[in-house]
Design a protein. Structure first.
Length: 302
């Protein structure tokens, strides 16, 4: 790929890392924009010597404008840059939002720019640790037919692979990632809290091999990888879990019940748990939910 002149608006965890990788491939990072202390530190650590400038100045000096701002800010940033004349015909304007497609770039498109949505399906730390992780990453890319090959080349420069996402499927694509990655963090944190309450000095050491194997199995086998009391129909075990969680970590109870219900529905559908056993399990879950402490609801004195 011909060396690019790249400008970055939003030197956050994603933008600084992508720019650092492109720079290592011989592309020129002409300037970056960032306001927070954390952004400025990332720029200094990952992009030493690259000038920090105002967003309009960044846009005017580059051929490829990389927008790595938060999702809710993206529309305003594109609108303002386009209205100021900072975006010009022939320029590539690339954003890294998962939920947005090309529509959010309409002002830039009307200004004659090439719009590209290019979301890395990875959790970033914003440090050098991410540089080695990027080649294992997949980018969810949306662009027009004329820019298809260029977008593919840019992702290849980053060492990653492409999933082509239709404009109308961007939110669904992003929901799948967020449900898997973000809710996984909540689930793991809750599991660690339960183990700590049970006396574990290092709950992460206990969970790491278990969760690693469960994730690998789930990615390889899907629902067939399910094990545990729900798939076995062990009603009494689940009842004991619910009692302990309600007494020790009541904030975790709603998520345990919700995931137990979802798991039960899947194993009933594929026939691993008989309907009569499933009905007993649902009664236990219903009772736990009905008796769970509610925020703002006082417990009556006996």
């Amino acid at each position: 790929m011909t060396p690019l002149r790249v400008g970055v608006i939003g030197a956050g965890r994603v933008g600084a890392v992508l720019a650092a990788v492109l720079r290592s491939r011989g592309h020129d990072i002409v300037s970056v924009a960032g306001e927070s202390d954390a952004s400025l530190r990332r720029a200094a650590d990952l992009l030493p010597g690259v000038p920090v400038a105002k967003p309009t100045a960044v846009a005017r000096t580059c051929d490829v404008l990389l927008l790595t701002v938060p999702d809710d800010m993206l529309d305003n940033v594109v609108t303002q840059l386009s209205a100021s004349g900072a975006i010009r015909p022939g320029q590539y304007v690339v954003h890294t939002s998962g939920s947005h497609g090309l529509r959010v770039l309409d002002p830039a498109t009307r200004a004659g720019a090439h719009p590209v949505a290019m979301h890395p399906a990875m959790t970033f730390t914003g440090t050098v640790r991410d540089l080695d992780r990027l080649p294992d990453c997949v980018f969810g890319v949306t662009t027009g037919p004329a820019d298809h090959d260029w977008a593919l080349s840019l992702v290849s420069e980053l060492g990653a692979d492409v999933m082509w996402v239709p404009e109308e499927q961007r939110s669904l694509y992003h929901a799948g990632l967020a449900h898997g990655a973000n809710h996984l963090v909540t689930l793991v944190a809750q599991a660690m809290e339960l183990l700590s309450a049970a006396g574990a000095d290092d709950p992460s050491a206990i969970l790491r091999p278990l969760l690693g194997a469960a994730l690998d199995n789930a990615l390889a086998e899907g629902d067939a990888a399910l094990t545990g009391p729900i798939v076995r129909g062990d009603v009494n075990t689940v009842r004991a879990h619910l009692e302990e969680i309600a007494a020790t970590a009541p904030d975790t109870l709603p998520s345990y019940v919700a995931l137990a219900r979802a798991t039960l529905d899947r194993v009933v559908t594929d026939g691993r748990v008989l309907p009569i056993r499933a009905a007993a399990m649902r009664r236990v879950l219903d009772a736990a939910e009905a008796n769970a402490p509610q925020p703002g609801r006082s417990t009556p004195l006996l």
